[in-house]
Ligand binder design. Sequence first.
Ligand code: XMP
Length: 333
Amino acid sequence: MQNNLRPESMARITNFELANAFIDEQIAEIRAQVGDKKVLLALSGGVDSSVVAALLVKAIGKQLVCVHVNHGLMRKDESENVIKVFKDELDANLIYVDATDRFLDLLNGVSDPESKRKIIGAEFINVFADEARKLEGISYLAQGTIYPDILESIKQAEGKKAVKSHHNVGGLPEDLNFELVEPIKLLFKDEVRVVGEALGLPHAMVYRQPFPGPGLGVRCLGAITRDRLNALREADAILREEFDINGLAEKVWQYFVVIPDIKSVGVKDDSRYEGWPAIIRAVNTVDAMTATIEEIPYAVLHKITSRITNEVEGINRVLYDLTPKPSGTIEWE
Ligand code: XMP
């Protein structure tokens, strides 16, 4: 555990000068650690794995093999964006796996939130392991572990219990016995973002709001269906677009749409129209342990409501969730 603890002498990375010094130091360390061997990375498109990918591309170029698994529960355009940034712009060695059917088939009819999380987590490892086995000569696995993850594992080792199982990529099967490369494991999130920008990653990617590993899977409540999942993806994209346009994206920590498995009666084109409600959640928090509700101007809420009910097939109402954490959790599942 000793080398997992941040030395007190380590300066907080708050500007590009410090970030560039960190990047140079890590490039040297990564090259010394891996030599001419290949490194594998699960690239979700989240801030941490993206920064690790950019750092490794800089350090070892095509020796890095990134695998992006689309579990079918990504937000709109998210996978396309990962491909654009890493494959097209950074010329990274990127394998894209569309595993939508694998995940949605397994989740068919499963309504319990923790079962859904377990299925998604386990299948993620299966898909990633299948890809890893197809590749030859991989010696290392890079991970976007950051310092709060290390502190969290220390807390868990001390026996503190979590409300939800937030695991993402857990342990790989034993036959895939890679050595770990964890270049940002001593950084706090704000430092990871500064390093990301210093590496030239797009601002939107580096300041992306947190997105849970099980993705839209825990926002399409109960048993997931493709039609409701599509409605959720479209409604969420409208919410994000309107938050961007109205300057709320930088002010609100996490904002998203949830769609429960209930329908209400509505009217469309003078006819009865049964549809799902889209529930908007917009919260601010420091550490996600507690959260407060952001006050969204009514005009913005009206515009979002009008766009979602007019543009998204299957939705006939929009609700705004006013519940802080506690008593709610941030996600509904
Ligand atoms: P809750 O819902 O527990 O969420 O108040 C706190 C924060 O954690 C995120 N979250 C998850 N992240 N896997 C993740 O990687 C998960 O299963 C998961 N569940 C919740 C949530 O989005 C919020 O930021």
